[in-house]
Write a protein that binds this ligand. Structure first.
Ligand SMILES: Nc1c(N[C@@H]2O[C@H](COP(=O)(O)O)[C@@H](O)[C@H]2O)[nH]c(=O)[nH]c1=O
Length: 156
Protein backbone atom coordinates (compact mmCIF):
# COMPACT_ATOMS: atom_id res chain seq x y z
CA UNK A 1 0.00 0.00 0.00
CA UNK A 2 1.41 3.37 -0.98
CA UNK A 3 2.39 5.56 1.96
CA UNK A 4 1.58 9.23 1.55
CA UNK A 5 3.20 11.84 3.79
CA UNK A 6 3.46 15.60 3.76
CA UNK A 7 3.08 17.73 6.88
CA UNK A 8 5.13 17.00 10.01
CA UNK A 9 2.02 16.53 12.17
CA UNK A 10 0.40 14.06 9.78
CA UNK A 11 1.16 10.28 9.62
CA UNK A 12 4.80 9.62 8.65
CA UNK A 13 5.56 13.29 9.30
CA UNK A 14 9.18 12.35 10.06
CA UNK A 15 9.65 11.82 6.31
CA UNK A 16 9.04 15.53 5.72
CA UNK A 17 12.15 17.67 5.29
CA UNK A 18 10.51 20.05 7.78
CA UNK A 19 10.69 17.49 10.60
CA UNK A 20 12.83 18.58 13.59
CA UNK A 21 15.76 16.24 12.96
CA UNK A 22 19.04 18.09 12.67
CA UNK A 23 22.03 17.04 10.59
CA UNK A 24 25.76 17.73 10.66
CA UNK A 25 27.22 18.20 7.20
CA UNK A 26 30.83 19.28 6.59
CA UNK A 27 31.22 20.57 10.13
CA UNK A 28 28.00 22.59 10.24
CA UNK A 29 24.85 21.69 12.17
CA UNK A 30 21.55 22.36 10.36
CA UNK A 31 18.30 22.24 12.38
CA UNK A 32 16.36 20.52 9.58
CA UNK A 33 17.02 19.07 6.12
CA UNK A 34 14.95 21.97 4.77
CA UNK A 35 17.37 24.56 6.25
CA UNK A 36 20.31 22.78 4.60
CA UNK A 37 18.57 22.28 1.25
CA UNK A 38 17.39 25.88 0.96
CA UNK A 39 20.86 27.23 1.89
CA UNK A 40 22.58 25.09 -0.75
CA UNK A 41 20.66 26.98 -3.45
CA UNK A 42 22.99 29.95 -2.92
CA UNK A 43 26.42 28.35 -2.53
CA UNK A 44 28.73 30.21 -4.93
CA UNK A 45 26.01 32.64 -6.06
CA UNK A 46 26.20 36.42 -5.68
CA UNK A 47 23.41 36.06 -3.12
CA UNK A 48 25.42 33.73 -0.85
CA UNK A 49 25.04 36.34 1.94
CA UNK A 50 21.61 34.85 2.56
CA UNK A 51 23.08 31.49 3.64
CA UNK A 52 23.70 32.50 7.30
CA UNK A 53 20.17 33.91 7.48
CA UNK A 54 18.70 30.63 6.24
CA UNK A 55 20.93 28.76 8.69
CA UNK A 56 19.65 30.91 11.56
CA UNK A 57 15.97 30.76 10.52
CA UNK A 58 13.78 29.92 13.51
CA UNK A 59 11.66 27.42 11.58
CA UNK A 60 11.91 25.36 8.38
CA UNK A 61 8.99 27.39 7.02
CA UNK A 62 11.09 30.54 7.48
CA UNK A 63 14.13 28.87 5.89
CA UNK A 64 11.98 27.83 2.91
CA UNK A 65 10.51 31.31 2.54
CA UNK A 66 14.03 32.82 2.46
CA UNK A 67 15.25 30.23 -0.05
CA UNK A 68 12.22 30.72 -2.28
CA UNK A 69 12.69 34.49 -2.59
CA UNK A 70 12.37 34.99 -6.35
CA UNK A 71 14.52 38.12 -6.54
CA UNK A 72 17.66 36.31 -5.34
CA UNK A 73 20.00 34.50 -7.70
CA UNK A 74 20.35 30.74 -7.34
CA UNK A 75 23.65 29.00 -8.06
CA UNK A 76 23.88 28.26 -11.78
CA UNK A 77 24.12 24.49 -11.43
CA UNK A 78 21.18 24.20 -9.02
CA UNK A 79 18.97 22.06 -11.26
CA UNK A 80 21.87 19.69 -11.89
CA UNK A 81 22.87 19.23 -8.25
CA UNK A 82 19.67 19.58 -6.23
CA UNK A 83 18.62 15.92 -6.21
CA UNK A 84 22.09 14.76 -5.09
CA UNK A 85 22.20 17.48 -2.41
CA UNK A 86 18.80 16.35 -1.16
CA UNK A 87 19.88 12.71 -1.13
CA UNK A 88 23.00 13.45 0.91
CA UNK A 89 20.96 15.38 3.49
CA UNK A 90 18.14 12.83 3.74
CA UNK A 91 20.65 9.97 4.08
CA UNK A 92 22.42 11.89 6.88
CA UNK A 93 19.10 12.48 8.64
CA UNK A 94 18.15 8.81 8.71
CA UNK A 95 21.66 7.64 9.63
CA UNK A 96 21.77 10.15 12.53
CA UNK A 97 18.34 9.54 14.09
CA UNK A 98 17.77 5.90 15.01
CA UNK A 99 14.08 6.28 15.94
CA UNK A 100 13.02 7.58 12.53
CA UNK A 101 15.40 5.20 10.76
CA UNK A 102 13.29 2.40 12.27
CA UNK A 103 10.10 4.05 10.97
CA UNK A 104 11.66 4.20 7.48
CA UNK A 105 12.91 0.60 7.55
CA UNK A 106 9.54 -0.65 8.80
CA UNK A 107 7.91 0.64 5.60
CA UNK A 108 9.53 -2.35 3.87
CA UNK A 109 9.13 -2.05 0.12
CA UNK A 110 6.10 0.22 0.16
CA UNK A 111 6.03 3.14 -2.26
CA UNK A 112 6.61 6.46 -0.45
CA UNK A 113 5.03 9.60 -1.86
CA UNK A 114 5.32 13.21 -0.75
CA UNK A 115 1.69 14.25 -1.05
CA UNK A 116 2.32 17.89 -1.81
CA UNK A 117 -0.57 19.55 -3.61
CA UNK A 118 1.74 22.29 -4.88
CA UNK A 119 5.00 20.55 -5.76
CA UNK A 120 5.17 18.09 -8.65
CA UNK A 121 8.96 17.83 -8.57
CA UNK A 122 9.67 16.76 -4.97
CA UNK A 123 6.09 15.65 -4.45
CA UNK A 124 3.25 14.18 -6.49
CA UNK A 125 1.41 17.47 -7.05
CA UNK A 126 -2.32 18.02 -6.95
CA UNK A 127 -3.10 15.34 -9.56
CA UNK A 128 -0.78 12.79 -7.84
CA UNK A 129 1.08 12.27 -11.15
CA UNK A 130 4.11 14.37 -10.24
CA UNK A 131 7.73 13.18 -10.19
CA UNK A 132 7.83 12.50 -6.43
CA UNK A 133 11.59 12.94 -6.14
CA UNK A 134 11.48 13.18 -2.34
CA UNK A 135 9.61 9.87 -2.11
CA UNK A 136 12.12 8.32 -4.54
CA UNK A 137 15.01 9.72 -2.49
CA UNK A 138 13.57 8.21 0.69
CA UNK A 139 13.14 4.82 -0.98
CA UNK A 140 16.72 4.94 -2.25
CA UNK A 141 18.02 5.95 1.20
CA UNK A 142 15.97 3.12 2.75
CA UNK A 143 17.68 0.66 0.40
CA UNK A 144 21.14 2.08 1.12
CA UNK A 145 20.65 1.92 4.90
CA UNK A 146 19.38 -1.65 4.62
CA UNK A 147 22.52 -2.58 2.67
CA UNK A 148 24.78 -0.77 5.16
CA UNK A 149 23.12 -2.58 8.08
CA UNK A 150 23.45 -5.99 6.43
CA UNK A 151 27.18 -5.34 5.87
CA UNK A 152 27.60 -4.39 9.55
CA UNK A 153 25.89 -7.60 10.67
CA UNK A 154 28.00 -9.70 8.28
CA UNK A 155 31.31 -8.36 9.59
CA UNK A 156 30.46 -8.29 13.29
N1 LIG B 1 6.95 19.48 3.31
C1 LIG B 1 6.67 20.73 2.88
C2 LIG B 1 7.14 21.20 1.64
N2 LIG B 1 7.85 20.40 0.80
C3 LIG B 1 9.28 20.57 0.66
O1 LIG B 1 9.63 21.81 0.06
C4 LIG B 1 10.93 21.67 -0.49
C5 LIG B 1 10.96 22.17 -1.90
O2 LIG B 1 11.20 23.51 -1.85
P1 LIG B 1 11.52 24.37 -3.16
O3 LIG B 1 12.56 23.63 -3.95
O4 LIG B 1 12.00 25.65 -2.62
O5 LIG B 1 10.22 24.48 -3.87
C6 LIG B 1 11.29 20.19 -0.41
O6 LIG B 1 12.07 19.97 0.74
C7 LIG B 1 9.94 19.57 -0.26
O7 LIG B 1 10.03 18.29 0.35
N3 LIG B 1 6.86 22.47 1.30
C8 LIG B 1 6.14 23.30 2.11
O8 LIG B 1 5.92 24.47 1.77
N4 LIG B 1 5.66 22.86 3.29
C9 LIG B 1 5.89 21.61 3.73
O9 LIG B 1 5.46 21.26 4.83
Amino acid sequence: MTIYFYKVWQPYGCFSNFSPHGIHIQGTYWPTVEHYYQAQKFVGSIDAVIIPLIHAAATPEEAAALGRCSTRQLRRDWDLVKTEIMREAVLKKFITHIDIREVLLKTGDEILVENSPTDSFWGCGANRAGLNHLGKTLMSVREEIRNLLSLTVTYE
